[in-house]
Design a protein around this ligand. Structure first.
Ligand code: MCA
Ligand code: AMP
Length: 506
């Protein structure tokens, strides 16, 4: 047997001296460096007693080494478990307890506190940094540059990515080698990536978009990425002349439009701008087209499914839609309650099926079962329709979810923290139209009679508990929350009441 996903990359690998990454610190990493570096790190993982199917949890800043570590995990047969660098210790504690990683890889600045936490769940901790003595890179530097890849089949797990739940605990989405390989293969074809492409990569690499869409596509195409640690709009504009493609969340495009240098001339050599992870406003699509002459290509995916639909490469890229089901992916619109297909053009639940769809939630067979129909379609939680021309439109969410700057935020998690505070009677967390982040996380809080709890108290209580991007941008105090006759809080009423607090909604 072979190593399914890594072999797929290897089979399309260009000459070893071709560049895979040009990093913003001036370093260049060739495909040959990638092969040698991931081999050395794979040896280091084995030395750290990582066995096939063991989870390797990774919370590190974006760097070329982090990409090599991902590939090393694949080659060693381990399951890569990337974690957002914004996660607090309280959040990490849950992930470590649930995933039971064999090894936790982190940055030196957090090593002490993370080690204390990881030890409790039986995991060893190591840093990745290039300079640190005893770090994974340090150990790897003394190990062979060739590695006999551990055999992995199409259905073996390659990664677990946590996605928060509408109620209760985060769920680990289990992604197999073939889930990732099939999607990367399809995207390379559909978006016409080739060895001469140069992708500006400015997304984080701990979520699907930056890791599996951007990085896997480049590896599968044998192409190159300009590897940026952070999204800096002025710098992106300066990189455009040396690039051919950009992938980003809508906030990238909103911020780029604020740059005077973002002109037709600057975008002249670019062939493709792709957007996803959150709805791209039609007005942003239009403004981009007027300014640069390019129609942004919007696509739709999920952690559980990788990419499901995409606007066409040739043909009309229709603003406000997410295009057609990708080749090999079936998408349908069903009645949310019964699962029966709705009439053409009607709104219902978007359901998908295909080799891209995940293997289930880690150690949650009941939750997994609840999210699939009997015929194998996955229930996305997104509400949409398919128009007469076959374009999929996402019109809302059946799940209580806020997407801020491309990051998913589940209100329940924040409401639980706020409700636990002395002086708080209850709260509702909602997403309100925000000019930069798309939606702004907003808390509406009802105090207990006589209580004086204020916004600063709430901010202080959340600070050490939840990642920064989940913190409410505004806290509003209200006398009561609107409820329907069943007693359920009417978040739609709240969203309407406060719709202009970040500026007039468009
Ligand atoms: C940073 N902050 C945020 C966000 N990012 N607050 C809300 N939402 C955010 N997304 C906080 C910072 O901590 C900071 O707080 C303040 O907001 C302003 O920071 P700023 O410097 O403006 O932020 P930034 O560092 O420039 O980041 C903005 C960003 C970033 C570049 C848009 O959020 C980002 O890279 N987003 C992409 C996320 C992503 O990759 N999603 C894909 C998930 P303070 O000032 O108080 O310190 S995968 C997915 O969704 C599916 C599968 C799919 O289809 O792709
Ligand atoms: P995640 O849980 O991070 O995988 O986020 C997946 C969710 O992001 C989807 O279920 C959608 O609600 C949303 N999403 C992704 N791409 C788009 C898009 N192009 N337009 C609207 N929503 C999107």
């Amino acid at each position: 047997m072979t190593n399914h996903l890594f072999d797929a990359f290897r089979s399309r690998m260009p000459a070893p001296d071709r560049l895979l990454m040009e990093a913003d610190d001036g370093r260049s990493i060739t495909y040959g460096d990638m092969l040698a570096g991931s081999a050395r790190l794979a040896h280091a993982l084995l030395q750290a007693d990582v066995k096939p199917s063991d989870r390797v949890a990774v919370q590190v800043e974006k760097s070329p080494e982090a990409v090599l570590l991902y590939l090393a995990c694949l080659r060693a047969g381990a399951v890569f478990l990337p974690l957002n660098t914004a996660y607090t210790l309280a959040e990490l504690k849950y992930f470590f307890g649930d995933a039971e990683p064999r090894l936790v890889v982190c940055d030196p600045a957090r090593a002490a506190e993370i080690e204390a936490l990881a030890t409790n769940t039986g995991a060893a901790t190591v840093t990745l940094d290039s300079n640190g003595q005893g770090s994974l890179m340090d150990q790897a530097s003394r190990l062979p540059s060739e590695f006999h890849d551990v055999a992995r089949g199409p259905d073996d797990l390659a990664a677990i990515l946590y996605t928060s739940g509408t109620t209760g605990r985060s769920k680990g989405a289990m992604l197999s080698h073939e889930n990732l390989a099939s999607n990367a293969r399809v995207l390379v074809e559909y978006w016409r990536f080739g060895a001469d492409d140069v992708l500006i990569h400015a997304l984080p690499i701990f979520h699907t978009h930056g890791l599996f869409v951007a990085t896997n596509v480049i590896l599968m195409a044998g192409a190159k990425m300009l590897f940026e640690r952070k999204f800096d709009p002025a710098r992106i504009v300066s990189l455009l002349p040396g690039a051919t493609a950009l992938m980003g969340v809508p906030t990238f495009y909103v911020r780029l439009l604020q740059q005077d240098g973002m002109t037709k001339e600057a975008a002249k050599g670019m062939r493709l701008f792709i957007s996803g992870s959150a709805p791209l406003l039609a007005e942003t699509h239009k403004a981009w087209r007027e300014r640069t002459g390019h129609a942004i290509l919007e696509r739709y995916g999920m952690t559980e499914t990788n990419m499901n639909t995409s606007n066409p490469y040739d043909g009309e890229r229709r603003a406000g839609t997410v295009g057609f089901p990708l080749p090999g992916v079936a998408a349908r619109i069903a009645d949310p309650d019964t699962g029966n297909p709705v009439a053409q053009g009607e709104i219902g639940m978007i359901e998908v099926k295909g080799p891209n769809v995940f293997a289930g939630y880690w150690r949650m067979p009941e939750k997994t079962k609840a999210e699939f129909r009997n015929d194998g379609f996955f229930i996305t939680g997104d509400l949409g329709l398919i128009d007469a021309d076959g374009y999929v439109h996402i019109v809302g969410r059946g799940k209580d979810l806020i997407i801020s700057g491309g990051y998913n935020v589940y209100p329940k998690e924040i409401e639980s923290e706020i409700d636990a505070l002395d002086g708080v009677s209850e709260s509702a967390v909602i997403g309100i139209a925000h000019p930069d982040f798309g939606e702004g996380v907003t808390a509406v809080v009802v105090r207990k009679p006589g209580a004086t709890v204020d916004a600063a108290d709430i901010a202080a209580a959340i600070a050490g508990r939840l990642a920064k991007y989940k913190h409410p941008k505004k806290v509003i105090f209200a006398e009561e929350l609107p409820r329907n006759t069943m007693g359920k809080v009417q978040k739609n009423v709240l969203r309407e009441t406060y719709k202009d607090i970040y500026g007039k909604a468009g």
